[in-house]
Each structure stands twice: as structure tokens, then as C-alpha cells.
Design a protein around this ligand. Structure first.
Ligand code: ZN
Ligand code: ZN
Ligand code: ZN
Length: 376
């Protein structure tokens, strides 16, 4: 997912340090060249965010030579130069940028290429580099990007506070629901995401009643009525870093069955947040939520992992999922978002962003976690 936000370039020293660490990782893994195009590894290492164009932009990082940003000539004015980080190689409309990349890469034994590179460019690159084995750039940059530095945590915290204020408005009844369509409320949330300081709206899921049983429901023409639970899951990108929060409200007193399920959900979410300590395996954080939901008899209705990493991308490593035995490290940022979805009837999810830190799990969303009941 492309979530650029307005990324003001950081001091050159930050990029020099990140590139040095990427090169150390390349040395450790025997990777000779790193090739980055679309996606967020490129702005993470250089401050430059490539547009998703049919023209190739690619950063070529040889392990022991200077990096070069191969870029369409007409895009070059958008680059803020970072002396010592990379040099520019603008290409004109009649040149073949894939040949330029191949020449700059030399004859690498192993190359790592960014996940979000258009397939067409890799397909064209393969015959030009017949003796090269390709790996994914996540092997080089993924672990680095997972561990947020203090400035990144503060950027996530600011974005988190912004969506908390919107959720507080939702819970106070300041966002009209009854009689509006899901799509209208979604547009309203989107406008508030921007008004609260994000540059980009990434999503604003609004799911009423039985629609909330579909975790990624597309808000549509369904009119919201009294007596139902409405699930809102929304977030954007602020200054390059993402927010993501889910809260549910009930329009009038919900049925006892729904209230009881919500108590289970809230207990599961709390237990999972508490479990998210440095050193705990990601899968144990998932299990902390899943055990409580399963013991209450809703196991079959919790159909997704407990969470995803978040940073420059709305979904990135680490994933809070069974099978991920990697331990949490201080600076890992991720969602804790268990849900219960009963098809055709109702659904609920409760989501916060949490940062693992040496002083314990640090939740970035602090707005009321209960199922707030609004008068209708
Ligand atoms: Zn989701
Ligand atoms: Zn979400
Ligand atoms: Zn999420």
C-alpha cells in the first residue's frame, strides 16, 4: 500500500546511518546490490518517495560503491539531494532505464529487490542479469524498519492522538450516524482524518449491523439504523507515519448477547496489549487474545490474526500471528485488534496501536475502549 504522507526530509546523517546499516546487513547476508523502487524502503533510506508511474525510478545500492537514484528526468526536480547518500542519474524518454540499472548494478551474484517494484521491470531486468539470484529487499531493510527510533515513535504517537480525537467525537455522538449511509459516515471520517492533520486518508471502514461481520467491509448505501452496532476502523498518514484505530458504538442498548461478547472482546484485547512486552514472541501476543475469545466459545468467529506492524506503511512487519516466533523488540509498533464476527448477524473489533518498550507496552490509542451506547 502506498502511504506517502508529506514526508519532509530528515537530516542527511539519518539517511547515511540507515544506508550504512543496510550495507552491513547486505554484507552479513552476502547480498551484492540492493534495488529499490516503489514502496517505503526507498523513502526510509533516502527521503525520496517514488510515484507509482509506468516510468522506472530505482535506487541502486551496491554493497561497496556509492548509491545512484535512477529517475525519470521529469521527476528529478522533486528530489531533495542528499550529498553522500546517493547521486542522481536522470534518464530521458528515449533511454532504457532497465539497462541503466543493470549497468550500475554490475554483475552481482545476489541482488535484493523491493517487494513493490512493478513486475514488468523485474521481468525486463532478469535477462540482463542472467547470473544473478534475486531475493526480496525485506531481508535487508525489514528488520531495520521494524525498530522505530524515538522520532518515529513520536510521529506514530501524534497520528494516534489525532484519530483518538475523532474516536472521542464518535463516542460522544458528535458524528451523526442514524439515517446516514455507511458511505456518508466514511466520507465524514475521512474529512476529519485530514482536518486532524493527516495528509492522506488510508481507509475509513464503516460497517453497520450485520455488515460488521465482514472485517474489511466496503462502506456502501446501507442506511444506519437505531438498535445496531456500528464498527468504525479508520486511519491515515501524518508526516509519513500511519494511524489505525477501531471502535464500535451501539445505537441504543444492545442485546445482552452482544454486550456479553463485547466484554469478551475487550478482555481479550486488554490481555493481548498486556502481553506485548519486549522479548515476548509475536505468536504469544496473538494467543493471549485468542485464548480468551476461544474459551468464551467465539473462537471460530475470530477469523484473522491479532495484529500487524505499522509505521511508514499501514501494514508491515511484525505480524502478530500464530507461527511468528520472533520476539518483540523495543521500538516495534503494531496493532492489537481482535474481533468477533458472526456472519449475517453482527461483528465487532477493538484496535489500538502499541509500541513495545523497555518500560512495558506503550499504547498509542487511549480513547474509551468500551462499547459506548449512544441515545437514538
Ligand atoms: Zn484490517
Ligand atoms: Zn484498523
Ligand atoms: Zn489495523
Amino acid at each position: 500500500m502506498q502511504t506517502p504522507g508529506a514526508l519532509s526530509p530528515l537530516p542527511t546523517l539519518v539517511y547515511l546511518d540507515r544506508l550504512a546499516r543496510a550495507r552491513a546487513e547486505m554484507t552479513r547476508l552476502g547480498i551484492d546490490v540492493l534495488l529499490l523502487s516503489l514502496g517505503l524502503d526507498l523513502p526510509y533510506l533516502t527521503g525520496y518517495h517514488a510515484m507509482p508511474l509506468e516510468r522506472l525510478t530505482m535506487l541502486v545500492v551496491p554493497r561497496d560503491r556509492e548509491a545512484t537514484l535512477v529517475i525519470p528526468r521529469l521527476e528529478a526536480p522533486r528530489v531533495s539531494e542528499q550529498p553522500g547518500v546517493f547521486s542522481l542519474r536522470p534518464w530521458g524518454e528515449t533511454e532504457n532505464p532497465v539497462e541503466i540499472v543493470s549497468a550500475l548494478a554490475g554483475r552481482p551474484r545476489i541482488a535484493a529487490i523491493g517487494d513493490q517494484t512493478w513486475a514488468r521491470f523485474l521481468v525486463d531486468l532478469l535477462p540482463l542479469m542472467p547470473s544473478t539470484t534475486f531475493r526480496r529487499a525485506v531481508d535487508v531493510v525489514g528488520a531495520m524498519r521494524m525498530v522505530k527510533d524515538a522520532a518515529e515513535v513520536e510521529a506514530l504517537r501524534a497520528a494516534g492522538s489525532a484519530v483518538d480525537r475523532i474516536a472521542a467525537d464518535l463516542q460522544a455522538g458528535r458524528i451523526p450516524l442514524v439515517g446516514r449511509t455507511e458511505a456518508q459516515v466514511s466520507a465524514d471520517l475521512g474529512a476529519r482524518i485530514i482536518a486532524e492533520g493527516h495528509q492522506v486518508v488510508n481507509f475509513a471502514i464503516v460497517a453497520a449491523g450485520e455488515n460488521a461481520a465482514s472485517p474489511h467491509h466496503t462502506p456502501g448505501a446501507r442506511v444506519i439504523r437505531g438498535g445496531e452496532v456500528v464498527l468504525c476502523d479508520f486511519g491515515g498518514t501524518m508526516n509519513g507515519y500511519c494511524s489505525d484505530i477501531t471502535r464500535c458504538v451501539s445505537l441504543g442498548t444492545p442485546p445482552a448477547e452482544v454486550l456479553a461478547a463485547y466484554d469478551v472482546l475487550q478482555a481479550a484485547q486488554e490481555a493481548s496489549v498486556r502481553a506485548a512486552a519486549v522479548g515476548t514472541a509475536c505468536e504469544d501476543v496473538d494467543r493471549a487474545a485468542r485464548r480468551i475469545i476461544a474459551e468464551a466459545g467465539f473462537g471460530e468467529y475470530f477469523v484473522h490474526r491479532t495484529g500487524h506492524g505499522i509505521g511508514m506503511d499501514a501494514h508491515e512487519d511484525p505480524y502478530i500471528v500464530e507461527g511468528n516466533r520472533s520476539p518483540l523488540v523495543a521500538g516495534h509498533a503494531f496493532s492489537i485488534e481482535p474481533g468477533i464476527y458472526v456472519p449475517g448477524r453482527w461483528g465487532m473489533r477493538l484496535e489500538d496501536i502499541v509500541v513495545a518498550s523497555h518500560s512495558g507496552p506503550d499504547p498509542l490509542n487511549r480513547v474509551d475502549h468500551s462499547l459506548v451506547v449512544l441515545d437514538v
